[in-house]
Design a protein around this ligand. Structure first.
Ligand SMILES: Cc1cc2nc3c(=O)[nH]c(=O)nc-3n(C[C@H](O)[C@H](O)[C@H](O)COP(=O)(O)O)c2cc1C
Length: 143
């Protein structure tokens, strides 16, 4: 069974809601899924998983969250080389620039980024809830 770890940061709960919906989708495909706040995650959670999904909202000016998520991503840069990775996050008013840059950054680390990063405006609801579940399912199909 594939081990999928979902590591996220969320200020107001939107990216956390995405994480839980993605977990539902991947879990429905038979994955052993854990959802971890980045504050409780370690490098081992990246190393031990077959697929790692990272979630961060757009913060600052089109960047991932800078106090916890960015340093964590930096700290695991050398252990994501060759790893299957997926990215997701919520945003407010931008055009997804933070996600495009994040995908590029992870690819530069050597990660095998599955799918495009999934972005949802504010809280997932209705169709975008289903987009999150589908993202979890597709990750399992591709990974
Ligand atoms: C300090 C701050 C900076 C933000 N910067 C951006 C931004 O550059 N682009 C954007 O589209 N949304 C931006 N947002 C909006 C958040 O990405 C959006 O509200 C998101 O749904 C928050 O997700 P969360 O509930 O997981 O924290 C910003 C929000 C805050 C609080």
């Amino acid at each position: 069974m594939s081990k999928v770890n979902i590591i996220y940061w969320s200020g107001t709960g939107n990216t956390k809601a995405m994480a839980n919906l993605i977990a539902e989708g991947a879990g429905g495909k038979g994955a052993d899924v854990s959802v971890l706040n980045v504050a409780e995650a370690s490098e081992k959670d990246v190393e031990d998983a077959d697929i790692v999904l990272f979630g961060s909202p757009a913060m600052g000016t089109e960047v991932i969250e800078e106090e916890e998520m960015d340093p964590f991503v930096e700290s695991i840069s050398s252990c994501v080389s060759g790893k299957k990775v997926g990215l997701f996050g919520s945003y407010g008013w931008g055009d997804g620039e933070w996600m495009r840059n994040w995908v590029k950054r992870m690819e530069d680390y050597g990660a095998n980024v599955l799918n495009e990063g999934l972005i949802v405006q504010e809280a997932p609801e209705g169709e975008t809830e289903e987009d999150c579940r589908n993202f979890g399912r597709q990750i399992m199909d591709e990974g």
